[in-house]
Design a binder for this molecule. Structure first.
Ligand SMILES: Nc1ncnc2c1ncn2[C@@H]1O[C@H](COP(=O)(O)OP(=O)(O)OP(=O)(O)O)[C@@H](O)[C@H]1O
Ligand SMILES: [Mg+2]
Length: 266
């Protein structure tokens, strides 16, 4: 596995061919970074450039450096040693294997020593993220969208050893986002989130604002925003509780609403 300390992205051009305002940015191990911007502004394109180690060979003309050096064009990664795991916007498993077997194969390929422990850790991580617990004996194709996303993230983080993980929009998948971020912070990796979610954006170290295919701005999350993030997390947790009530067939009466709303300390 390639040892990654930093990854640097050098700006190229936006959709209109004009130079990108953000000339470059560097991510270090332990960083959480968000990519934000309206639909069609080039967020997926940017993370694809990162995954491809773009080197003036994509429409954006961007360049990516690992540890301060470009990755040679002909550098072929053994897929199991690729330093980047990309969890894309649209993912579906084609595998008919039971979850447990799928994870066992992956862990074995990775050379994991204690398969049973690593499997337990992966599943419990995934189950922290999704509302509906994953049964180890159901097949991969039977997983819901949220379960699939959760399992992919847990698999990439716990079993896969890629030091850089790119996630394209996890918010629509019924995943407990703020809890996911707190769990992810314990792992020494670089996480890049494409997101429309203010909680994720503010829990990041910095965010890149995209427009018309170009990186417009780099905003570091200052202490004031971090404080707001804490408050927003409370609102987020409350909304998740309401969601759970609706999903389980409950009624969101004024009393139920007030009980949650009144514990907010914002
Ligand atoms: N720098 C660029 N140069 C040329 N074309 C670009 C550039 N950035 C994005 N595009 C093109 O613009 C289109 C939209 O980009 P992209 O899919 O990355 O947007 P997005 O922000 O991920 O959108 P969504 O929010 O809908 O997922 C794509 O066809 C892409 O190829
Ligand atoms: Mg996209």
């Amino acid at each position: 596995m390639m040892n990654v300390d930093t990854i640097t992205i050098y700006g190229g051009n936006g959709k209109d061919g004009v130079k990108e305002p953000v000339e470059c940015f560097t991510m270090r191990v332990g960083d959480i970074v968000s990519i934000v911007g309206p639909t069609g502004c080039g967020k997926t394109t940017l993370i694809n450039d990162i995954e491809l180690f773009a080197n003036h060979n994509t429409p954006s003309n961007r360049t990516v450096e690992i540890n301060g050096a470009t990755v040679p064009d002909d550098f072929i990664f053994d897929p199991s040693h690729h330093p980047i795991a990309l969890i894309s916007q649209h993912t579906n498993f084609l595998s008919d294997l039971p979850v447990e077997e799928f994870l066992t194969i992956h862990a074995t390929v990775r050379g994991a020593r204690d398969i049973e422990t690593i499997l337990r850790e992966t599943l419990s991580f995934a189950n922290e993220l999704t509302g509906e617990a994953i049964q180890p004996d159901i097949t991969m194709t039977e997983l819901s969208g949220g379960q699939t996303r959760s399992l992919l993230i847990a698999d990439a983080v716990v079993i896969g050893n890629a030091p850089i993980i790119l996630l394209d929009e996890i918010e629509n998948a019924g995943i407990h986002r703020t809890r996911a971020l707190e769990l992810l912070k314990k792992y020494r990796k670089i996480f890049v989130f494409v997101t429309h979610d203010p909680c994720i954006a503010l829990m990041s170290d910095f965010r890149i604002v995209m427009r018309k295919g170009a990186m417009q701005q780099l905003i570091h999350t200052r202490p004031e925003e971090k404080k707001v993030a804490g408050k927003m997390k409370q609102i987020d947790d409350m909304m998740l509780d309401f969601r759970q009530i609706i999903r389980s067939g409950g009624e969101l009466t004024q009393t139920v609403f007030d009980a949650s709303y009144h514990v907010l300390t914002i």
